[in-house]
Design a protein around this ligand. Sequence first.
Ligand code: NAD
Length: 283
Amino acid sequence: MKKLSFDDLIGKVCVITGGAGVIGISIIKALASAGLKVAIVDINEELAKKVASELANEYNAQIIGVKANVLDKASLENAKFVINEQLGPIDLLINGAGGNSPQATTAVEQMEESDLSNLEKTFYGLQMEGFDKVFALNFKGTVLPSMVFTRDMLLKKSGVVLNISSMNSYHPLTKIPAYSAAKASVNNFTEWLAVHLAKVGIRVNAVAPGFFITNQNRFLVIDEKSGEYSDRGKKIVNNTPMGKFGEPDDLQGAVLYLLSDLSAFVTGIVIPVDGGFNAYSGV
Ligand code: NAD
């Protein structure tokens, strides 16, 4: 029997967009531990280079930081040129850049009669620029890098694209309609591209992270004074059958599985990594 391991990943070149972020850093640690070469493609060049050099030292791995905007094809093509020169042809792509905008977030979860006199806090106060930004970053920001960074994979007839979706792609979370719909479009595109590229050896899958405490949401889910969960934090934990938040490192196993040959016959799926949140109706 073939030895089951992640060893086929050793020496492969993986691009990760938005790799200088919280989830990206945790994923890069897993990639470096598994022996991959990594290119962090991020709009924040300074941070990308800093994260790259720190993790390269920590893991004794080849990791570079390259500036590009996932919404600008020319900048992605420039980044590809740099990556090819420094690391070689690209084998794997993780589309990690994504996020929400306050302009596309309602202040209230549900409309009450009392909100009728102040529509600003509701759906009616949302700015379309916010919708455009969030849709562009999460959807187009997944499509364009897939177009640019899979070109080497076509030549090898082998490669993997891994998209980072979210829990809200299955059921929209309150307050964030654009982010939820944009991540739903990422799942849909994952399936579409998986079918389109199946015969040329490129697999396309996604992970849907549930709730992780990160620097961006800590203030929303943990009460600063008491250190206990806030009301929103409690709601999340109560709806997560495992009864806790995840740690970004909880994504590492699913990511390595989908990148490696262990999932050689798996394409077009989205794996929830959510402590059971998606499976639970709340009752
Ligand atoms: P983060 O904000 O910490 O990192 C995002 C990174 O993307 C940053 O380094 C930023 O500079 C970069 N970026 C932003 N716009 C860019 C652009 N136009 N071009 C290139 N790079 C750009 O976010 P995170 O929490 O690490 O999230 C990473 C992914 O995981 C996102 O797709 C997010 O939607 C998804 N996600 C996060 C959570 C969570 O709890 N943090 C949960 C579910 C899904």
